[in-house]
Design a protein. Structure first.
Length: 282
C-alpha cells in the first residue's frame, strides 16, 4: 500500500500565487524520497498538504489509502509527522520533555504512555542529558532533533521534513543524516525530505521528485534523475559535486567512465579504484 499519494494536486494561495500545479506524488511504505527544487519551487507548500495544514485547491491526497478530509485530520496528523525548516516555529514549551510530550498529550494518551513515548523519543534522537533544558538554549542541531523527537513521539508512519540540514554545521548535518537513516531502517518510517541541497540528496534518498515553479519536472530513482543533467541545470539545480567531477573527467578528459556517474564518495572511490585497476580493500 502507498504511504502517501497525491492525485493532480494543485494549490493557489489566497493572493493568487499558483504554488503547485497538477502534482502526482507517491511514496511507498518505507521509502526515502527527496523533494528537490530551488527556492520557491513549491516544496514547503506540498509538504504542508501532507498533514492537512493546507487543503488542495483541486486534486486529492491519500494517507495510507485514506483520502485526507477535514473529518479524518486527527488520523492524518498522527500518521504524518511534519518537521518545519525552522525549529523555532515548532518548539514552544519551557523544557525539552514538555515539548516532546505535547503531541502525545494532544492525542489524549494516558500519562504513563506519554512518559514512555517521551523517554523513547529522547533515546532514539540521542537527546539524553538535555531533557530538562529550555529548547531555545540548545544548539541548532539539538533543536532540530527535539523537533523530530516531538513528531516521533506521536508514532507516525511517515515523517516529512522541510530542509532538515538548513543552518546546521557539517557535524550536525551528519548526525541528522545518521538519525534519519535509523528512523527509516530500524523503525520503517517513510521519509519525505524537501531540500535544495543536491549533495545531500544521494545520502538521504533513493527516489527523487524534482520540482520547479510548482510542477514536477523529473521523478524517479536517484541515478535516473541525476542522468538528466540538462533538465536539472535548466531549473537552476546542478549535479552533486562528486558527479560533476566525474562528468568533467569523462567529457573533457575522456576517461572511460560508465554511463551512470557516481553520486557519493563511496561510489566515486569504487570508480577511481576501477580505473586504476586496484581492488578495493573493503
Ligand atoms: P519552496 O519550499 O520550494 O522554497 P514554497 O512552497 O515556499 O517553495 O513557495 C512556492 C511559491 O508559493 C513561491 O512562489 C512562494 O513565493 C509562494 N508562497 C509561499 N507561501 C506563500 C503565502 N503564504 N502566500 C502567497 N504565496 C506564497
Amino acid at each position: 500500500m502507498k504511504a502517501l499519494e497525491t492525485i493532480s494536486l494543485s494549490y493557489t494561495y489566497p493572493d493568487g500565487t499558483k504554488a503547485l500545479e497538477n502534482i502526482n506524488f507517491a511514496a511507498e511504505k518505507g521509502e526515502k524520497i527527496a523533494l528537490l527544487g530551488p527556492n520557491g519551487a513549491g516544496k514547503s507548500t506540498l509538504l504542508h498538504h501532507f498533514n492537512g495544514l493546507l487543503t488542495p485547491t483541486s486534486g486529492k491526497i491519500y494517507v495510507l489509502g485514506r483520502e485526507v478530509t477535514k473529518a479524518n485530520i486527527d488520523y492524518v496528523r498522527q500518521k504524518v509527522g511534519l518537521v518545519f525548516q525552522n525549529p523555532d516555529d515548532q518548539l514552544f514549551a519551557p523544557t525539552v520533555i514538555q515539548d516532546i510530550a505535547f503531541g502525545p498529550r494532544n492525542m489524549g494518551l494516558p500519562p504513563k504512555e506519554i512518559e514512555e513515548r517521551v523517554t523513547w523519543a529522547l533515546e532514539v534522537m540521542e537527546l539524553k542529558g538535555v531533557e530538562s533544558k529550555h529548547p531555545q538554549k540548545l544548539s541548532q542541531g539539538q533543536k532540530k532533533r527535539v523537533a523530530i523527537a516531538g513528531v516521533l513521539a506521536m508514532k507516525p508512519e511517515i515523517i516529512a521534513l522541510d530542509e532538515p540540514t538548513a543552518n546546521l554545521d557539517p557535524k550536525a548535518v551528519n548526525k541528522i543524516l545518521e538519525l534519519l537513516l535509523k528512523l527509516n531502517q530500524e523503525l520503517g518510517i517513510t521519509l519525505i525530505i524537501a531540500t535544495h541541497d543536491v549533495d545531500f540528496v544521494p545520502l538521504c534518498a533513493d527516489k527523487i521528485y524534482v520540482l520547479s515553479n510548482g510542477k514536477t519536472v523529473l521523478e524517479g530513482p536517484l541515478k535516473e534523475v541525476f542522468s538528466n543533467t540538462e533538465t536539472l541545470r535548466s531549473v537552476d539545480l546542478r549535479l552533486p559535486r562528486i558527479a560533476h567531477l566525474f562528468e568533467i573527467l569523462k567529457v573533457k578528459d575522456k576517461l572511460p567512465i560508465g554511463n551512470t556517474l557516481p553520486l557519493t564518495i563511496g561510489e566515486a572511490r569504487k570508480e577511481v579504484l576501477g580505473l586504476l585497476h586496484v581492488k578495493p580493500e573493503n
